[in-house]
Design a protein around this ligand. Structure first.
Ligand code: COA
Length: 410
């Protein structure tokens, strides 16, 4: 239990060292309503980057935490770009709404600015927290629930190679190799270093919620990691298969791993988290078999507007002036000329020319990965078109041929 004073001294903030990890994980556990434990500490240690972590102190007591993992995210049409992956955000109960998170958010953005990193990304525990800090809703995630045995259309090719369940140690090198083959092909996907893999597949009790440990189903060109929740009812078994992650290098292998998951005995329902335009629904003989619920996915914050925009590619040539509002990062605020050529590359430079579109940095963050149309955001009253025609052109240019997807919690 973190004992939290509520003193008169001003709050202080600093970056951390390895020695801070126990206090850091204790604040986090208290913030997330879980019991602190050795296992939770081990989980936090897998990815802890002290020099990119912050804590806020009231006197000598740590009361708030946050860290920036060093990850890379795939951009539309471009390569992977470094991103500060914001995580471990927690403020001890009893210390909230006195500006602790705000201090951390500001310190993180300054750290990234000084390091020359142009993007920050995060998953939000609650959807109302991060918009005020310039984060926009960049991707969405769809929870898909399918009945066991849901059939595919007859024209769906299923790769005939067998799917085998393997022990974790044998599966790991195979699935890492498969992920390495595909991650850079989809905007929104993240690179995965050894530490990130360890965290991704950390299998502590606290993550299980009454389910089995991870099970590894591996096909030569696809894999799925899932948990099962046994459920025996009077009319027979109705267990749930919860898919944690899957990947495939070909459409037929994607069909093979899904077919395997849908045909496991004793199961009532298979639940997956998928990107917005995942092919699965279009493979089903009855698309209505998939019950879908869509929620916010990855939140995106442009820390350096010009460099971030120059790192991605644009779908059609574009030449316009954006007027960007950004209270927290004044270096972003003002007018930028965005000129993208036929190869999709853009030059982004300061300008005094009149604006064609005016929007807040969180709105630009929402459109940045190509997952939310600028025209949709304009419909929400978040983009002002100052020159007729500019919106339609920009909306198209910001898209990509596939929607971005990020399904990895970090
Ligand atoms: C979310 C959390 C980190 C906020 O910390 P905090 O120190 O209370 O935040 P601040 O005092 O800096 O608040 C800044 C602003 O955000 C608002 N805000 C804070 N938490 C909010 C929430 N959960 N939903 C909506 N708005 C929120 C505040 O009202 C304040 O608004 P204002 O500027 O208009 O006054 C804290 O409540 C917490 O630890 N929650 C549990 C763990 C968690 O969810 N962590 C986030 C993981 S992604």
């Amino acid at each position: 239990m973190v004992e939290t004073p509520h003193g008169d001294e001003p709050l202080t903030i600093r970056t951390l060292t390895d020695a801070d990890l126990p206090a850091f994980s204790e604040v986090l556990a208290s913030a997330f309503l879980i019991d602190p434990s050795e296992e939770f500490l081990v989980e936090e240690r897998t990815v802890f980057e002290p020099s990119r972590s912050h804590a806020v102190f009231d006197g000598g007591t740590m009361i708030g935490t946050g860290q920036l993992l060093s990850r890379r995210v795939v951009l539309p049409g471009g390569g992977p770009a470094p991103a500060g992956a914001v995580t471990s955000i927690g403020v001890a109960p009893g210390q909230r709404r006195r500006g602790v998170l705000s201090l951390i958010m500001r310190a993180q953005l300054e750290l990234l600015h000084e390091a020359g990193e142009s993007l920050a990304i995060l998953w939000a525990s609650e959807g109302g927290i991060y918009g005020r800090f310039g984060y926009g809703l960049g991707t969405q995630v769809t929870r898909v629930a399918l009945p066991r045995g849901a059939r595919f259309r007859r024209d769906v090719a299923v790769d005939p190679a067998p799917v085998r369940e393997l022990p974790r140690e044998r599966a790991l090198p195979l699935i890492r190799d498969l992920y390495d083959q595909v991650w850079h092909t989809r905007a929104g996907h993240l690179d995965r270093t050894g530490a990130a893999w360890e965290y991704h597949l950390f299998d502590g009790q606290e993550r299980r919620h009454g389910q089995t440990g991870y099970r590894f189903a591996v096909h030569p060109q696809a894999y799925a990691v899932y948990r099962a929740k046994p459920d025996w009812q009077e009319r027979g078994p109705r267990s749930t298969v919860n898919v944690h992650t899957l990947a495939a290098t070909t459409p037929a292998a994607y069909a093979a791993i899904l077919r395997y998951l849908l045909d496991i005995d004793l199961v009532g329902e298979v639940v997956l988290r998928l990107g917005a335009d995942e092919p699965l629904v279009h493979m089903l003989a009855d698309p209505r078999a998939a019950v879908r619920t869509t929620v916010d996915g990855l939140w995106v914050r442009l820390v350096e507007v010009d460099r971030a925009l120059m790192a991605r590619r644009f779908l059609v040539p574009l030449d316009l002036v954006l007027e960007v509002g950004d209270e927290l990062c004044p270096w972003n605020a003002g007018r930028w000329r965005l000129a993208a050529g036929p190869d999709g590359r853009a030059e982004v430079t300061r300008t005094d020319a009149p604006a064609d579109l005016a929007l807040d940095v969180s709105t630009l963050g929402a459109a940045f990965l190509g997952g939310t149309r600028l025209s949709t955001l304009a419909g929400a009253g978040r983009v002002r078109e100052c020159r007729p025609g500019a919106l339609a052109r920009a909306s198209l240019a910001f898209l990509h041929d596939e929607e971005p997807s990020c399904l990895e919690l970090f």
